[in-house]
Design a protein around this ligand. Structure first.
Ligand SMILES: [Zn+2]
Length: 353
């Protein structure tokens, strides 16, 4: 058993060391020793721990490197106000997902056409210029980005929509580590238009802040990049003239960004003045649109993770329990997480007897 893995799996369940100790009937001191590798773990004890945490015992022997949230991962200032236990649980989820993805992608090639470039904002002429550069490198046509999830996936970024436990965290991005691809964890509780902006914002972090310590201005830079990526100034400026709430709702359906983002864009591009900007925002608040905007758009659904599972089940003829075991989970959790109906497997392949 790998003590670090035990700690990670425990944290992924949001349990403290003392809570786990109580559940399996050992003293907190013993549990602490176990987690520091100072006490041996007999098989029956491992079985009890595995049962308590609802993971197969094999998963406790994984030897993968566990990574922390350095500045390259964890930009958002809001996140710093979260309780340690929440951060640890999210850190565990992110690490486990990366380990699972590494295993699931071992025998499958993920088809990627483009790369995520690493750019220096000052060298290329600012975050907006960087956004234009990425649009060009990825051969994106003029106009709105139709499906940003598909766009990012074509560049090899794996997107995982997850419940990140706290509304304060909209997403976490991690650069490639140990052969795993770029990954983005996106909080699934956001409306579709906000989720698109979040994905563009996270792309900015990977492009601009991927391999260096993020500057103080990282958040502002990421927003500036995202705005230009989704709403190129040269194309949208004319359309924003004299923007009203009604016009914003129409443009939302075209550009697939929130009305709030369009109005902010109009202000940032100098199309409307500060007073008009404030007045539109007051109207948005009064109508309760700060939380739920009208004119909802359809969600851009990522497919790589789903396809990865599907290829194993359909083409490589894994059973759900075999694949769950590869991913270090029990079949019921694996099926729930990847939306597989265990009772009626979709596999039609028959194995020769
Ligand atoms: Zn950010």
């Amino acid at each position: 058993m790998n003590p670090q893995m035990l700690q990670l799996l425990r944290e992924s369940r949001g349990l403290s060391s003392a809570q786990l100790a109580k559940t399996i009937g050992v003293s907190p001191a013993t549990m602490s020793k176990i987690e520091h590798g100072l006490a041996p773990v007999a098989d029956d004890r491992l079985t009890r721990i595995a049962q308590a945490l609802d993971y197969p015992p094999d998963a406790f022997a994984w030897n993968d490197q566990v990574y922390g949230f350095g500045s390259a991962v964890f930009y958002h200032r809001k996140q710093q106000s979260l309780p340690q236990s929440t951060l640890r649980s999210i850190q565990a989820q992110v690490n486990l997902t990366r380990m699972r993805l590494t295993r699931l992608s071992q025998s499958v090639e993920i088809d990627t056409r483009f790369k995520v470039p690493v750019l220096d904002a000052t060298e290329v002429g600012g975050p907006a210029a960087a956004a234009r550069a990425v649009r060009a490198m990825w051969a994106l046509p003029m106009g709105p980005i139709r499906n940003i999830a598909a766009t990012l996936e074509r560049a090899g970024i794996v997107i995982i929509r997850a419940d990140l436990e706290s509304q304060k965290i909209s997403a976490i991005s991690i650069p490639p580590l140990d052969g795993a691809p770029h990954m983005m964890f996106v909080n699934a509780s956001q409306p579709a238009d906000r989720e698109r902006f979040t994905l563009a914002h996270e792309l900015a972090h990977l492009v601009l802040h991927g391999d260096a310590i993020a500057p103080e201005t990282a958040e502002k830079e990421a927003d500036e990049f995202a705005a230009e990526f989704l709403m190129p100034a040269s194309e949208i400026r004319a359309q924003l003239k004299g923007i009203s709430l009604q016009r914003a709702a129409q443009l939302k359906l075209i550009w697939r960004v929130s009305m709030g983002a369009l109005i902010r864009r109009a202000r940032d591009l100098g199309v409307i003045d500060e007073a008009r900007y404030r007045s539109l925002n007051v109207q948005i608040s009064q109508r309760g649109w700060r939380t739920v905007e009208p004119a909802p758009i359809e969600r851009d659904v990522p497919t790589v993770m789903r396809d990865l599972v599907k290829v194993h089940l359909d083409d490589h003829e894994y059973s759900v329990s075999e694949l769950a075991s590869v991913a270090g989970m029990h079949p019921h959790e694996f099926a729930a997480r990847y939306d597989i109906d265990v009772a009626t497997p979709k596999r039609t392949h028959l194995r020769a007897l």
